[in-house]
Design a protein around this ligand. Structure first.
Ligand SMILES: NC(=O)c1ccc[n+]([C@@H]2O[C@H](COP(=O)([O-])OP(=O)(O)OC[C@H]3O[C@@H](n4cnc5c(N)ncnc54)[C@H](O)[C@@H]3O)[C@@H](O)[C@H]2O)c1
Ligand SMILES: [Zn+2]
Length: 552
């Protein structure tokens, strides 16, 4: 949706469009307008006479023209006539130029409200015949049903049955802040995605050789005026930590830089404590920002520090590994490992901005690059079929880090992750869980082999292979899908079987994974390319057989 300073209310008569619209306008300090009143003013006669004398098409044409007028006005809340959604072009004009909010209410509620209004102030002309019908409630129900498909196109729906006008209006203001507020970065050509979560929205910028040119500039443009604390590891401080430093310096932002030893072992409470003490010594304040420059280890650790130091300071993610660019830097999961298990202590803390300079992949060790592709391939098979076509067409160029195509691949992956996180921020609807495709067996292999024997992405590739076979055995995954996946994984040099690990150890690690609920593993299978589904109750014998076969 293009985000603009306009809110349109649609919905049935009696759903509260005028009252809630007026109050919403007051809360935002905007103007309130009634579309029907504007039509009447333009026509110079009441709605009934337009219908009677000029016919419905003339009314709808006027309505379209009036919506086009609103689309050119700023900071306006519009209450539309009950039937305006029945005209594709009117609704299309609204959807393209503002936030469309549908107010919903049950037929009984509508009937009650309209009867009350009819008694007290005389209902509008269009409503009276409806109320006078023999079966008024039935008439409301059937009219509502006709329009339901159109109402469902709204960006946001508020059910007003149990709500006072004030509550409904604040709900709408909240929705506008979340989905509609225009952002400074909206037209930025480097914008790959916007992540929209409860705490606000943030941009993901993806480009080639952009770190030094853009980091400081973008922070300064966002109105930031505090100090920056760059956190990176020993492998990325040269050149990326230093480039970040120069970029901030050029933008006039004061900064400090901390480097810790590279590697998963650093992702610990102990390193987090060291970082917090460093920040305290620097007298870092709530208005400052932590800039995480590095792979997933830096991002998770610095993110966890940002989530907890002073109960939360601003965070900017500058991912330098492929895994971090397509996965860990986006989505707000931060944390550290305990000796017992990875990612055991953590917090949700979204960055204020993600800036991925894809050219950093030129120095990433080849094995780390390949494992990053595993997650990217996973995004395609689980959620976005066109990505799979794109990889198949461009595998060679992507592996050779062609600047344009690799940047496009990262940007498209960032967009997939951003879309899923925005729709299911905390993994409550089940959507975000689909990103775990390949991870059930993958985590088992990773843990049983001893961390490091298989890199995470390699284990995920083995896990995707296992999930495809299990999905086939369960009659969910078509064999053609499994074949396409196998050949793409092979093209990117990713493993599809394991060696030197006991299958029992993998099965044991799987049963201890935190993703099981009530002892049952919830599996993610493909029922098509780009289409993941979750399934419970998969027979243990089938799981055991597939896990064993993966080792042969
Ligand atoms: N938060 C999340 O949602 C999420 C998602 C996936 C993974 N993760 C976490 O991310 C971590 C894995 O991420 P990773 O693979 O980036 O690990 P990593 O940060 O350890 O990076 C891999 C190696 O590459 C080096 N490196 C990074 N960028 C480089 C570059 N441009 N040039 C040269 N060297 C570079 C690092 O120093 C490290 O040695 C794990 O801890 C995992 O748990 C988190
Ligand atoms: Zn993963």
């Amino acid at each position: 949706m293009t985000t603009r300073n306009r809110i349109y209310f649609i919905g049935f008569s009696g759903a509260g469009k005028s009252a809630v619209g007026r109050r919403t306008a007051q809360l935002l300090g905007w103007t309130f307008a009634d579309a029907d009143e504007r039509i009447v003013a333009r026509a110079g006669k009441p709605v009934e006479r337009i219908f009677a004398e000029d016919g419905e098409p003339a009314f709808r044409a006027l309505e379209r023209a009036v919506i086009a007028e609103f689309a050119a006005e700023e900071r306006v809340v519009v209450s539309t006539g009950a039937g305006s959604v029945m005209h594709d072009q009117s609704l299309g004009g609204m959807l393209a130029s503002g936030l469309v909010v549908a107010l919903e209410a049950r037929p009984e509620t509508i009937y009650r409200r309209l009867s009350h209004a009819a008694e007290t102030e005389g209902a509008e002309a269009m409503v009276r015949p409806m109320l006078q019908a023999d079966d008024a409630l039935g008439r409301i129900e059937s009219l509502k049903r006709e329009r339901q498909a159109a109402y469902a196109l709204a960006h946001w729906t508020v059910h007003t049955d149990g709500l006072a006008v004030e509550q409904a209006a604040s709900e709408v203001v909240r929705a506008w802040r979340r989905f509609g507020a225009p952002s400074a970065w909206e037209n930025d050509p480097a914008l790959a995605a916007t992540v929209t979560v409860d705490s606000g929205a943030y941009p993901v910028f993806v480009g080639w050789e952009t770190l030094e040119a853009d980091l400081g500039r973008r922070l300064a443009e966002s109105g930031f005026s505090g100090r920056a604390y760059i956190i990176c590891d020993g492998n990325v401080v040269h050149p990326y930590g230093r480039a970040a430093q120069r970029s901030l310096h050029a933008a006039g932002i004061e900064m400090g830089l901390f480097t810790f030893p590279a590697g998963e072992e650093s992702k610990s409470l102990a390193t987090a404590a060291v970082l917090c003490e460093w920040l305290a010594k620097c007298r870092a304040e709530r208005g400052d920002v932590i800039v995480a420059v590095g792979g997933g280890v830096v991002g998770d650790l610095a993110g966890y520090v940002a989530a907890t130091f002073l109960r939360g300071v601003r965070l900017v993610q500058v991912p330098t590994s492929l895994t971090a660019m397509v996965d860990s830097a986006i989505g707000g999961k931060t944390g550290v490992d305990l000796p017992a298990a990875k990612n055991m202590v953590g917090a949700f803390h979204h960055p204020a901005m993600v800036l991925a300079d894809v050219s950093a992949l030129r120095t990433l060790p080849e094995r780390a690059l390949r494992e990053g592709w595993a997650e990217a391939i996973k995004h395609g098979f689980a959620l976005e079929a066109p990505l799979v076509d794109f990889y198949e067409r461009n595998a060679g160029a992507l592996l050779a880090l062609d600047p344009g195509l690799t940047t496009e691949a990262v940007a498209r992956n960032a967009a997939v992750k951003a879309r899923i996180v925005s729709a299911d921020e905390r993994e409550t609807s089940g959507l975000r869980r689909l990103l775990n495709y390949g991870h059930t067996i993958g985590h088992g292999v990773e843990a049983a082999a001893g961390y490091g024997a298989y890199l995470h992405g390699e284990a995920v590739a083995i896990g995707m292979t296992g999930a495809a076979r299990l999905g086939m055995a369960e009659g969910v995954t078509p064999s053609g899908v499994a074949e396409r996946q196998a050949s793409l994984l092979a093209q990117f040099g990713l493993p599809q079987s394991y060696a030197n690990v006991a299958p029992e150890a993998i099965l044991d690690a799987m049963s201890r994974d935190k993703k099981t609920t009530a002892g049952q593993i919830s599996w993610v299978f493909l029922d098509g390319v780009g289409s993941a589904v979750s399934r419970r109750g998969v027979p243990q014998e089938a799981v055991e057989r597939v896990v064993r076969e993966l080792g042969e």
